[in-house]
Design a protein around this ligand. Structure first.
Ligand code: UDP
Ligand code: MG
Length: 322
């Protein structure tokens, strides 16, 4: 096996011990059939179960398997970035989840498109059989919103992180070092010739999704704030609109008082206006705060992740132990 293979599969793993061996078996079968040299890099993202020893065992048993162990749980987006940083592939990198929701059997079609010259081949979900109605509708709404807000950067709909990235696109992607990483957006931002391959997304085979609606909501906010300042503009125009109404209302009050005198009514309207304006102001401050907090986090310039241990695939082979 050469020191650097043509294809590297990057797999972020967080508490995946239940399905990991199945995954590796299915992946190996698919990858060996492609006919390029390949390796797989398992990124252990601070799992609290037996994921780490399982990956270690795999790296001993299979020269195709490598391990990148992060110092703690950093979240999927960062784990993925760490994996991409360490992926040694000369040709292309494939990103796939460990829970078998992204079927490894799709990989050959991704590779086929890459051979046609596409640098970014994303797998697009044809059916979301594993997801509930609410999750499907909220996801749909999110893509719609992002398409409106995104401007020049078009976020392909119904795609996850499951995709193939050519070396050139990967090198471009690795230059984006922001801390608030909305990977789907970053993938779209780098551009390059891209194409979709559609597949059926299965339900998780084992373990639990670590996403709940709160984290999905936060991911949506991350996506929006990372890619557009439209909410700031909305705040500005909402403020202007409200000020205009206030001016009209105030003018009408002055004229009415001059013409008909003041009968001291108006407590309800006063309260309504005060509360409304207070609400608008707080909301606007909140929007500004979201952006300010992100600026704060970026200015700290911390490393994105810390590596506890890295053992590249195929060490056994390379040093002649096998
Ligand atoms: N994952 C990770 N770190 C985390 C959460 C998840 O590396 O903090 C990995 C997880 O092991 C899986 C992938 O990211 O391989 C997708 O996670 P999950 O299945 O929970 O997300 P979903 O499929 O529901 O989007
Ligand atoms: Mg999953």
């Amino acid at each position: 096996m050469p020191a650097r293979s043509v294809l590297t599969v990057v797999v972020p793993c967080f508490n995946e011990s239940a399905g990991l061996l199945d995954f590796h078996e299915r992946l190996s079968a698919v990858m060996s059939a492609i006919g390029e040299s390949w390796d797989v890099l398992y990124v252990n993202d601070g799992s609290r179960d037996r994921t780490l020893p399982l990956i270690e065992a795999l790296t001993v048993r299979d020269p195709h398997a490598g391990l990148l162990n992060l110092s703690r749980n950093f979240g999927k987006e960062i784990a993925l970035t760490a994996g991409l940083d360490h992926a040694s592939a000369t040709g292309a990198v494939i990103v796939i989840d460990a829970d078998l929701q992204d079927p490894p059997e799709v990989i050959p079609s991704l590779v086929a498109q890459w051979r046609q010259g596409f640098e970014m081949v994303y797998a697009q979900r044809a059916a979301r059989s594993g997801d509930s109605w609410t999750k499907r509708t909220t996801a749909h709404g999110f893509y719609l919103l992002m398409q409106r807000l995104g401007g020049r950067v078009l976020l392909p709909r119904d795609t996850g992180d499951f995709r193939l990235i050519g070396r050139r696109a990967l090198d471009a992607l690795l230059q984006l070092r922001e801390h608030h990483r909305f990977m789907k957006g970053l993938f779209a931002w780098v551009g390059f010739p891209s194409v979709a391959v559609s597949y059926d997304r299965a339900a998780r085979t084992a373990g639990e999704s670590s996403w709940n609606y709160w984290s999905l909501w936060n991911l949506a906010i991350e996506g929006i704030t990372a890619f557009t300042v439209v909410p700031l503009k909305i705040a500005t125009y909402a403020g202007l609109l409200v000020a205009l109404f206030a001016l009209l209302f105030g003018g009408q009050l002055v004229i009415r008082t001059m013409m008909f005198g003041n009968h001291v009514p108006g407590y309800p309207s006063l309260m309504a206006v005060v509360l409304f304006l207070g609400g608008v102001q707080l909301m606007t401050l909140g929007v500004i705060g979201e952006y300010l907090g992100r600026i704060f986090n970026e200015t700290k310039h911390r490393p994105l992740y810390l590596v506890e241990r890295y053992s590249a695939a195929g060490l056994l082979e390379r040093y002649g132990a096998a």
